[in-house]
Design a protein around this ligand. Structure first.
Ligand SMILES: Cc1ncc(C[n+]2csc(CCOP(=O)(O)OP(=O)(O)O)c2C)c(N)n1
Length: 128
């Protein structure tokens, strides 16, 4: 399961439910410091697109008194590959991977619509 840090901060308590139900997903949290999809439309550096920095691994710990989950942090391709390997060999555990990325690092499929929204909503010039 993939989730951005922005939406995770709106739904974080559901991690507790997932653990209570004994579910064992692989959760990849994209930690890129805010509302990247919104930054692509308006206010790339605006404070309204910023969010608090959380210690996500500690949050998982707080929801997990029985130590059912595994957490990993990845900030390079190699550390991500290692974290995914950990997930592969622990199918019976919830694995929470915090993938650290640059704020504006987004696929073209997100960047392009952002520019189109800005053009439509705010009359910004559409530069492809
Ligand atoms: C309840 C609610 N509040 C606000 C929004 C507006 N909104 C759309 S995308 C987004 C940012 C999501 O951030 P994140 O999950 O980190 O994904 P990213 O765009 O950064 O990849 C927000 C705030 C929304 N869709 N729903």
């Amino acid at each position: 399961m993939l989730i951005g840090d922005g939406f995770f901060q709106l739904t974080a308590q559901e991690l507790s439910t997932v653990l209570r139900q004994g579910l064992t997903p692989v959760i990849i949290l994209v930690h890129h410091d805010g509302y990247t999809v919104e930054r692509g439309i308006l206010g790339a550096d605006a404070s309204y697109n910023n969010i608090a920095t959380w210690r996500y691994d500690r949050l998982v710990e707080a929801f997990d008194p029985q130590n059912l989950a595994i957490t990993a942090k990845a900030d390079t391709e190699d550390t991500l590959a290692a974290a995914l390997n950990t997930a592969r060999s622990n199918r019976d555990r919830l694995v929470f991977i915090e993938a650290v990325m640059e704020r504006l690092d987004a696929p073209e499929s997100l960047v392009k619509p952002g520019k189109a929204f800005a053009a439509a909503d705010y009359h910004h010039a559409l530069v492809s």
